[in-house]
Design a protein around this ligand. Structure first.
Ligand SMILES: C[S@@+](CC[C@H](N)C(=O)[O-])C[C@H]1O[C@@H](n2cnc3c(N)ncnc32)[C@H](O)[C@@H]1O
Length: 263
């Protein structure tokens, strides 16, 4: 994932129009990019600094930038729901994902969280991702290749994490799947003592079942759950107020620490 320098072949970029609508595209030399019926030659963007202004064949202007993670995630091609940036940030912090960490995650979906994990653990870390659906594996592989780049620190395993979690001495486990409680025992066995399990579920029955399973297992303490509300503001002239619309609910984040032996 390039973060600096001129825009290069193969990179993902976001085109912002004058209303700040966003269009995620990849730069492929010799090709033409289409946005709302207008065409832009990729070669007019390659080799430019970020922030360059280009015009399409319909004379519509766009600023071009590399996507920040917060811009990339909502624009990722996907078939499954991604974890939104408002939750990814706190999740990375509360699960205490760190450079060099070994992290297991399931499921992968479109790979939004995977990309955030890869970036956070860095080249010295390791991310092992389990995904039960082969078609989602293909999509995640493509998204990681297109929007993160080469990821030698990543292993993607096609399978049910509850049936096939093989790793041991793992620092962190992140479960974003419908029934994370099915993997509570396996997660405890995979985590090192002091390791952290993080779960992400959208509904209260799932939240309760997950927490009950952690308590019944007896191998975790410090179980905490929360949700994040993020309200953007409209600031223009004298109109300074919250935006009318917000994403009110996405999911609940739960974290728990693995103790040495279940009680
Ligand atoms: C909400 S999506 C994950 C989204 C992903 N975290 C992201 O940010 O793009 C849930 C995924 O879990 C997968 N899944 C469900 N049960 C699973 C299991 N037992 N083992 C592995 N993957 C599973 C589903 O196929 C689906 O892709």
């Amino acid at each position: 994932m390039n973060t600096r320098g001129v825009l290069r072949e193969g990179e993902a970029v976001i085109f912002f129009d004058r209303k700040e609508r966003e269009y995620l595209r990849r730069l492929e030399a010799g090709k033409t990019i289409s946005i709302r019926g207008g065409k832009i030659s990729t070669d007019s963007v390659l080799g430019s600094e970020e922030g360059v202004y280009v015009r399409s064949s319909l004379n519509e202007g766009f600023f071009v930038f590399r996507p920040s993670l917060a811009r990339l995630v909502p624009n990722l091609p996907r078939q499954a729901q991604v974890i939104y940036p408002k939750d990814i940030g706190p999740l990375l912090l509360w699960a205490d994902i760190f450079p060099g960490a070994t992290v297991v995650e399931a499921g992968v979906g479109a790979g939004a969280l995977t990309i955030a994990l890869l970036r956070t653990v860095g080249q010295e870390g390791r991310v092992v991702s389990y995904e039960i659906r082969e078609d989602f594996c293909r999509m995640a592989r493509q998204n990681v290749a297109h929007f993160y780049g080469p990821a030698p620190q990543w292993t993607l395993k096609s399978g049910d994490i509850a049936a096939s979690l093989e790793e041991r001495e793992v620092d962190r486990i992140v479960l974003d799947l419908p029934e994370p409680w099915q993997a509570t025992r396996q997660a405890w066995e995979a985590l090192r003592p002091g390791g952290i399990l993080a779960g992400y579920v959208p509904t209260t029955p799932q939240l309760k079942t997950l927490i009950d399973s952690l308590r019944e297992h007896g191998g975790f303490i410090g179980v905490e759950s929360f949700e994040c509300l993020m309200r953007f503001w409209h600031v223009k002239g004298l109109s300074v107020r919250p935006q009318h619309r917000m994403v009110a609910h996405t999911g609940f984040i739960t974290v728990a620490k693995r103790i040495l032996a279940p009680t």
